[in-house]
Design a protein around this ligand. Structure first.
Ligand code: TRP
Length: 336
């Protein structure tokens, strides 16, 4: 039986953290046997608001590639590729732009939010406004049916579906394929920062990175936000909105011990430091093999770039076939 096609990716704007790991990377490793998988480093999308910082994107590209390989994304099973190296995606984007309205783009909730967050005002780059169309090109070029993404990306998939439907209907041919979003399991979508804030991010300096050393991880865990009213060990504590327990929910597989700990914490008598030490043991055990692999790959960047090059060549050939069909459907395949 032919495997379904999966495509997903990340904008390289920094190193990946344990929120990415829990919310998507771990899942991708599991899915790589089930699907014909493409994972894209969306450097061109990252450039839409970083035209003046290409160095940052370039450096992050290497970091993200290292993160992918270290968590166990296997390049013999998955095409890991670099978006900017697939010019076919840009031509697809141009064709799709003609069937999307500016007002629809301005209404895309994800983009609308980001525009507000980034305070673009009058300096909004046109490329940023249209990145959902380029994302539709990423997805449709591979005829992906499954797109594992976070909740915030759902409007992107919706917009892609609309583009697929209009394209096929305008040109009266079932060329493009509608994707479906595959969302993270309940509770794993978004790990809070170590300060308890809703989101891990570089700007808030509240993330634990896959590449952090054991010392740094330990220090971050020891400084984690817990229950501010749990002052003395004997005080009863709250495990809800308590970051250490949120992380334990995500990382601890011994649910029985965890439930006992929660009960103990709730009734009082269990100190934060003990719980943090427990989390530290579990997290270090999970991160150790990843860190070790990362160290090895870091010494062998030629290999890492070879993987990206091979993946990008494969991706180009698949995207090229779709582009040919798209040109034929529009009727601009003049010279063949
Ligand atoms: N927009 C995604 C992000 O913010 C990255 C991305 C680009 C993507 N193209 C994609 C994700 C296609 C899934 C499918 O990280």
């Amino acid at each position: 039986m032919k495997k379904e096609i999966l495509l997903t990716g990340d904008r390289p704007t920094g190193k990946l953290h344990i929120g990415h790991y829990i919310g998507s990377l771990k899942n991708r490793v599991q899915l790589q046997d089930q699907y014909n998988s493409f994972i894209m480093i969306a450097d061109q999308q990252a450039l839409t608001d970083n035209a003046r910082n290409p160095e940052k994107i370039r450096n992050s590209l290497t970091e993200v590639a290292l993160d992918y390989l270290s968590v166990g994304i296997n390049p013999s099973k998955v095409n890991i590729f670099v978006q900017s190296q697939i010019p076919e995606l840009n031509e697809l984007t141009m064709h799709y732009l003609n069937i999307v309205t500016v007002s629809r783009l301005k209404r895309n909730p994800t983009v609308k939010n980001e525009i507000k967050e980034k305070n673009f005002n009058e300096s909004l780059p046109a490329g940023f406004l249209i990145y959902p169309v380029s994302q539709a090109a990423d997805i449709t070029a591979f005829k992906a049916t499954v797109v594992p993404v976070g909740e915030d990306q759902v409007p992107m998939i919706e917009q892609t579906k609309e583009i697929v439907r209009s394209f096929n209907s305008i040109y009266q041919k079932e060329v493009l394929v509608e994707p479906t979003a595959l969302l993270p399991k309940k509770g794993l979508g978004r790990l809070p920062g170590i300060d308890g804030k809703a989101k891990m991010s570089k700007s808030l300096d509240n993330a634990i990175y896959l590449s952090d050393s054991p010392d740094v991880v330990q220090k971050k865990i020891m400084s984690m936000y817990t229950d501010p009213n749990h002052i003395r060990v004997e005080d009863p504590g709250n495990v809800e909105n308590n970051t250490v327990f949120t992380y334990l929910d995500a990382f601890c597989s011994d649910k029985e011990t965890l439930e006992e700990m929660k009960a103990h914490y709730r009734r009082g008598g269990l100190g934060d430091v003990k719980v943090k030490r427990y989390l530290n043991d579990i997290l270090q055990a999970e991160l150790d093999p990843i860190r070790n692999k990362r160290n090895d790959y870091e010494k062998n960047l030629d290999y890492v770039f070879e993987v990206l090059k091979r993946g990008s060549l494969n991706a180009r050939s698949v995207a090229g076939e779709t582009l040919q069909e798209v040109r034929e459907a529009i009727g601009i395949n003049y010279f063949i």
